[in-house]
Each structure stands twice: as C-alpha cells, then as structure tokens.
Design a protein around this ligand. Structure first.
Ligand SMILES: *Cc1c(COP(=O)(O)O)cnc(C)c1O
Length: 393
C-alpha cells in the first residue's frame, strides 16, 4: 500500500525537533552536528536571532499580499540585490526550480521579441537546475528525465568543461542561452575553472547568446564571495538564486540585466506567492548579513580552516576518502568507499553530510559555523572513517 506521503524520498530514520546554529536536536533529544544546512539553505544556521526577530515582527504585521499591489519588502530586497550585483532588475520566486523556469522563458522571449529563431538552450552534463519540466530538460541527466518524456524540446547537453563543443554549437546561430552552475552542486561539487568560465562568457559574447548562471547552491556567500562568478570576474546576463537567500524560508530570485529582461513586460510572467512580504523581509535580512565584506571574509577564513583539516582527514584515511574539492564552504569529499556507506557511518557518529553525484559527500555547513564546530566535525568524520575501516578490515 502506498504510504500517505508520496514515497519519492529515500529518507533516513531521523526527525529533528529544533536547531541552534550548526546543531540539530532530534525529537528524542539527540544532538547532531549539521554539515548539510538543509542543502545550503540554512546559510545563517538554525534559529539565527536576527532572522527569528524579523520573521516574528513581519509575521505579526503582514504575511502575504498579492503582487497586484506594491510590496515594499520586495522593493527593498530587489534594490539590495541590484546594488550588490551585475543585475538591473529582479523577479522573486519561491524556489530554484521556478527561477529556472523564468530564466529559460526570459532567454527565449528575448530572441522571440527580436524576431530571431533562437530557442535552443545549452547545458552541461552533471548539472542540476530543479525538478520542473524545464529544469529536468535543462539538466538532461537520465536520473532526472527517465519516464517523464516527452521532454521540453530545445535543450542540448555537452560534457562538463567542453568549451570546443560549446563554440561549435554556438556557431549554429540558433542558441538562445547557455546555462551553467559556476560550481556544480548535485553533480558532486565540481567547480568550473576560472579560465573556463571566462571562455564560456567570451564564446557567448562572440555568438551573441545569453549566459545564465545557476547560483542557486553556490551563491549567497557560500564560496566566500557573495556570488561564485565574482572569482573569475565575469558576469551573466541572467542569474538564478534560491536556497541560501531565504535562510530557510522558501525564496528564490532571477536577476537580470536590463537588456536580457527586455521582453518581460507586464503580463508575461507572475507568481502568486513569489516575493511576498514575509519571504522578502527574511531574505532582506539574510542578504544584509551575508553581503557584509567582514562576514564574507570570515566565510573564507573558516573555509580555509575546514579545508585544511579535511585534507588531513583524507590523508589519514586513504581507503575511505580520495580528495577534497570545492570552493569556500561548498566542499566535497570525493570518496573511495561508497559515499552512501560513509554517510551511514556519519549518521552513526551524529554528523550530517549530504550525498552528491560522482561518489561525493557534500559538506555545506552554516556559513556561521564556529571554529570549534569545525574541529568537532573533523572528530566525527574521523569516527565515521574509522568505522568504515573497521568494517573493511
Ligand atoms: C537546489 C537547486 C535547484 C533547485 O532549487 P529548488 O529550490 O529545489 O527548486 C536548482 N539549481 C541548483 C544548482 C540547485 O542546487
């Protein structure tokens, strides 16, 4: 008999009742060190006092009004994001998936308005852009798309890092946009090299194609920059944001240049919940805190510390782990043993990581993780590694 919850998730037998910073407490009172942060969502950890305050204050005043009316909290957050980034304009969604939908629609509308037959979108293997029909078509992976055809047409996929292939595809003249995560998340924490992102930007410029960055996972301070594309110093035409921006409240956004957004006039797109006062009040506070250069410098310092300790862990346990990769506090432990087996031992050691493709365990802690919790994380990961070695011996 089908369970009352549609069984689309492989859930672990853990239920949490409350959280504080980098710690989660089960309904039975057991403490877990959270290195997953709701998959890079709880950017400021659990129950951050400033977020609890803004949620309570706004919650007592007004949760939701329709986008039929002006929403000052939405205007404030849009102005913050425009000030902080390449973007001239912002649309708010409830999720990364919905941001993907708009990014694709915006790119196609751009060319349609110019009277050009350019609808094709190029993506890369191993990517993830959400679970909607456009999201799975954009990512293209068999695990996402199998059984859900006919897929939304007009998507082409290239091997990760295939710049020559990209140049060839762009030469066809029918490409609306290229979509890429500057650091692949679900695919296994694979950063795109700085010179590759630069080459992709240059190839798009040469062909006149739009460039979409999916910074849903790698954005909002995760890498130590507000957005990961600040490292190579190239900007997209359209960018998807979600996860960390709401700090746990569902919120996403599409950021765009004036030119790329030119087709999206009144009546072309909308969302009932997107950008409501409660979501934007919280998102605005998250953005204010995360965009502070001192906060970002601390993320980079903690990331350096964490990474150095993880390198030591990998060196000590070569049968369990192969390498450390990633950017900032978006870290991946490439495993030698099966990542799901290592993850089971992590649960036994009361530490939470997140599995990813390419046999990787993701480490995506709260950006506010304390130094002592980084040390504690290594101790617990060490316990998990030893349990793996005990098992294989
Ligand atoms: C999580 C994720 C999405 C989808 O976001 P949802 O909020 O789950 O819809 C899209 N792109 C990337 C890179 C992601 O990590």
């Amino acid at each position: 008999m089908i369970p009352s919850l549609l069984p689309t998730y492989n859930r672990v037998d853990l239920a949490f009742e409350r959280g504080q910073g980098s710690w989660l407490v089960t309904d039975g009172g057991e403490r877990y060190l959270d290195l997953g942060a709701g998959i890079a969502v709880n950017a400021l950890g659990h129950a951050h006092p400033a977020l609890v305050q803004v949620l309570a204050d706004q919650g007592a005043k007004l949760w939701h009004v329709s986008n039929l009316y002006k929403i000052p909290q939405q205007q404030t957050l849009a102005d913050q994001l425009v000030d902080l980034t390449f973007a001239d304009t912002v649309f708010f969604t409830n999720s990364g998936t919905e941001a993907c939908e708009l990014a694709v629609k915006m790119a196609r509308k751009y060319w349609s308005d110019k009277g050009e037959d350019r609808a094709r979108i190029i993506g890369f293997d191993g990517s993830f852009h959400g679970r909607s029909s456009a999201g799975i078509a954009a990512a293209g992976g068999e695990k996402l798309t199998a059984g859900f055809g006919p897929l939304l047409p007009g998507f082409t996929h290239l091997p990760f890092g295939d710049i020559d292939g990209l140049t060839n595809e762009l030469a066809e003249g029918d490409v609306a946009a290229v979509i890429i995560e500057p650091v692949q998340g679900e695919g296994g924490i694979r950063p795109v090299a700085d010179d590759e992102l630069k080459a992709i930007r240059a190839a798009c410029n040469d062909a006149g194609a739009l460039l979409i960055f999916d910074e849903v996972q790698c954005g909002m301070g995760r890498t130590g920059k507000l957005f990961a594309h600040e490292f190579p110093g190239v900007t997209p035409d359209i960018m998807m944001v979600a996860k960390g921006i709401g700090g746990g409240f569902p919120l996403g956004a599409v950021l765009a240049t004036e030119d790329a957004a030119s087709g999206m006039v009144a009546g072309t797109h909308g969302s009932t919940y997107g950008g409501n006062p409660l979501a934007c009040a919280v998102g605005s506070k998250v953005t204010e805190i995360v965009a502070d250069p001192e906060f970002l410098a601390e993320v980079s310092r903690k990331a350096g510390l964490f990474r150095q300790k993880l390198e030591g862990l990998v060196a000590e346990h070569p049968d369990v782990f192969e390498s450390v990769r990633g950017s900032g506090l978006m870290l991946g432990l490439k495993c030698k043993a099966a990542n799901m087996d290592v993850l089971a031992k992590c649960y036994d050691a009361n530490v939470l990581c997140v599995p990813a493709g390419d046999n990787v365990l993701r480490i995506l802690p709260a950006l506010t993780i304390e130094d002592e919790d980084i040390s504690e994380a290594i101790t617990r990961l060490e316990t998990a590694a030893k349990a793996m070695e005990g098992q294989s011996a």
